[in-house]
Design a protein around this ligand. Structure first.
Ligand code: AHM
Ligand code: MG
Length: 338
């Protein structure tokens, strides 16, 4: 029987060979992975576990919370608060930060997450996921505040997502490439199924919510029009389109076979830079995509260089196959020069 590498073994080996996973970070990643396993089990139960439908509340961003949004948030907090590896957590589903209670030791890491991404797909049995980002508390100030979280994405110590689809998969980077683990439901362990994943630099596939087309800025429209023109147009090739409406599933497809994902600024709410959140959606995905050889920008700047000014900050996102992201970004820069 072929030998399998578990998540624990992968992390221990990374620590031993490359020395870039401190003990506390290893514990943190293992705890998050265990929490994701619990969430995967709840997702699988569906109606049998009474986890579908809305919870009758709204989050800080005015979005209706689903039962699973709340369950996943609680699972992640309960799993992470007592281990001594964290100072605080922040989540799409909580207004402010969650400081580790006094009864537990405080560690130096900060954990951010979107506990259940793709909420609109929960009740229709389509892939959803969990996204997380790990920062280190910088400076030696006592206590912890929201300001400690406001670091650019390039300072992330680790990032990952779990996709709950036909298989549950955990995708992880600690800054040394991207590894994929598949949940073996019989043994309950995360098994390494792909290492050093690479996103092809070119693609013929794009992902965007086309129903927003009339609201887009001219460079977005130009990029998509050229894709749609196919082999007769300036790109001289036919493009395919996919949109799951779960960022985890769309990014996972791009990680697997290339593509470009876009959620740009649009005129529906001109004061919002975009729909997706910088700190627990765009940054972790940007870290993974860059580590797999892809690129991630907001149309003009590298996402991981942006300095957040608030926890729930929103951002425009284009990420995936490098040459397409660069083209999309060039169209924005050209438009800005005019
Ligand atoms: P959520 O975190 O509340 O689920 O929202 C984020 C999701 C992304 O997963 C996805 O890419 C996007 O919202 C889909 O938006 P839309 O429904 O506008 O297509
Ligand atoms: Mg989300």
């Amino acid at each position: 029987m072929a030998r399998q590498t578990s998540l624990t073994q992968y992390l221990v080996e990374q620590q031993r060979e490359h020395g870039h996973i401190p003990q506390e970070l290893r514990l943190l990643i293992e705890v998050v992975a265990r929490a994701c396993k619990r969430i995967a089990i709840a997702v699988n139960k569906g109606a049998l576990g009474d986890v579908l439908g809305t919870a009758g509340s709204e989050n800080v961003q005015g979005e209706v919370q689903k039962k699973l949004d709340i369950i996943a948030n609680e699972v992640l907090i309960e799993a992470n608060e007592w281990g001594g590896h964290l100072a605080a957590m922040a989540s799409e589903e909580m207004d402010g930060i969650y400081v580790v209670p006094n009864r537990y030791p405080q560690g130096e890491y900060l954990l951010l997450f979107d506990p259940l991404d793709g909420s609109s797909n929960i009740d229709v049995n389509v892939s959803i996921g969990t996204i997380f980002s790990v920062l280190r508390k910088v400076g030696h100030s006592r206590g912890v505040s929201e300001d400690d979280f406001l670091q650019p994405g390039k300072q992330q110590a680790a990032a990952g997502y779990c996709v709950y689809g036909p298989q549950s998969m955990l995708v992880l980077t600690v800054g040394d490439g991207v590894a994929v683990f598949t949940l073996d439901r019989e043994t309950g362990s995360w098994v390494l199924t792909q290492d050093q994943v690479k996103i092809p630099e070119d693609t013929k596939e794009f992902a965007i919510n086309m129903s927003n087309m009339r609201h887009w800025a001219p460079p977005v429209k130009r990029y998509i029009d050229e894709c749609l023109a196919g082999s007769a147009g300036p790109r001289a090739k036919d493009f395919n389109m996919r949109w799951v409406a779960s960022m985890v599933a769309d990014v996972h497809r791009i990680l697997t076979r290339g593509g470009v994902f876009m959620y740009p600024w649009d005129q529906r709410e001109p004061d919002k830079p975009g729909k997706l959140r910088l700190m627990y959606e765009a940054n972790p995905m940007a870290f993974i995509v860059e580590q797999a050889g892809g690129a991630a920008t907001n149309g003009t700047e590298r996402i991981m260089s942006l300095h957040p000014t608030k926890l729930h900050e929103r951002v425009a996102v284009v990420l995936g196959s490098k040459n397409e992201v660069e083209r999309f970004t060039a169209y924005h820069l050209e438009a800005a020069e005019k």
